[in-house]
Design a protein around this ligand. Structure first.
Ligand SMILES: [Mn+2]
Length: 350
């Protein structure tokens, strides 16, 4: 079992805040992934059972629950901060406690960040990203060495409540984040605790194969066709630098009717070629460009992302740039050492 890093007093305080809370909010990051959704809902379900009768616990995601994860237990309770702005404001105003999961700074909640920062309630952070923004939270449970926030939630709640509030639904939520943040137990799983967590969760009669299918085998036909286009027409390969890069303008996305959610995971294709060591994906949005970076071995893409005003993990990081799409592309090329280098193959825009 993971035991490092928890302060007994902090755990007692957190348990106390939940026990005395009346209106409690849980929040995770924009464009939620499996770990965000899983830790948000797993923690919500346990807090439901740990809190006093009659209190209200509300999970919130800045732009709602992605369709890949709507099958998670209690996903229908998630307030979409963007679409249900008034509801979010009301719940935040009433809240005595806000628990933030799988984010290291309020900025990761995008359009909710300002209100979250200004909120007067107690704020707790449970996260595994580097450099938590300490001044924004009253209590921090941070463990960058751990596979996923879901794993951290498992160990933290076990230390706080033993297994009193665990059940099959909670285990399903937490296993989801463990699975997605490790790419199906392929990376970020160097610590034995990751597999110990999986073993703990499987005890609750969850179905790993079914969860895997619901996460992975979910493509629409349009999305599959877009991937074909992306790999054929937009993948640039730089063998000498061992870099692969894909960049998608708004026009590309409109042509196939795809959005950011549909591109979740596409960046990982850059590292599927055995010679490639660093991969990047750029996606133009209205007024900004999203950059995703991935690395295999020694390269620290977190440092690279920080230079673009973002961050993340050593081998998976990202940034949101407000420069133009073209400028962002130039900047990324410079950081990757491929500015002015001819890619292996690159068909010009159609
Ligand atoms: Mn995570």
């Amino acid at each position: 079992m993971y035991t490092k890093g928890f302060d007994i007093q902090d755990i007692a305080t957190f348990g106390q805040w939940i026990a005395e809370g009346q209106n409690m909010l849980l929040v995770s990051h924009m464009n939620a992934d499996g770990d965000a959704c899983g830790s948000l809902l797993g923690m919500t379900l346990m807090m439901d059972r740990a809190a006093r009768e009659g209190c209200r616990i509300t999970p919130v995601l800045p732009n709602g629950c992605p369709k890949n994860f709507v099958w998670l237990p209690s996903a229908d309770r998630i307030v979409n901060g963007e679409k249900e702005r008034e509801e979010w404001r009301k719940r935040l105003e009433e809240a005595d406690l806000a628990v933030c999961v799988d984010l290291n700074t309020p900025s990761r909640t995008d359009m909710l960040a300002e209100e979250l920062r200004a909120a007067q309630c107690r704020k707790v952070l449970i996260d595994h990203h580097h450099n938590p923004d300490r001044k924004e939270f009253d209590l921090i449970f941070s463990a960058p060495e751990i596979s996923s926030t879901c794993e951290l939630v498992l160990w933290l709640t076990k230390a706080m409540w033993e297994e009193r509030f665990m059940n099959r639904d909670v285990a399903t939520c937490l296993y989801t984040g463990l699975n997605t943040d490790t790419g199906g137990f392929a990376f970020s799983c160097e610590q034995p605790s990751c597999f110990e967590a999986a073993a703990e969760l499987v005890k609750y009669d969850i179905h790993p194969a079914e969860i895997h299918n619901r996460i992975v085998n979910t493509f629409s036909v349009d999305r599959m066709r877009f991937y074909g286009f992306a790999l054929n027409e937009r993948l640039r390969i730089y063998p000498a630098q061992r870099v692969a890069l894909m960049a998608f303008s708004l026009r590309d996305q409109e042509r196939f009717g795809v959005n950011g959610e549909d591109m979740e995971g596409l960046v990982n294709y850059t590292l599927m070629m055995k010679e490639m060591e660093v991969g990047a994906l750029l996606r133009e949005e209205r007024g900004r460009t999203k950059v995703s970076l991935r690395a295999k071995y020694g390269v620290d893409v977190n440092l690279m992302a920080q230079k673009l005003g973002g961050g993340g993990h050593t081998k998976a990081a990202g940034a949101t740039c407000t420069m133009s799409f073209e400028k962002t592309l130039e900047e990324v090329e410079r950081l990757l050492g491929i500015a002015d280098v001819e890619p292996l193959h690159w068909e010009t825009e159609r």
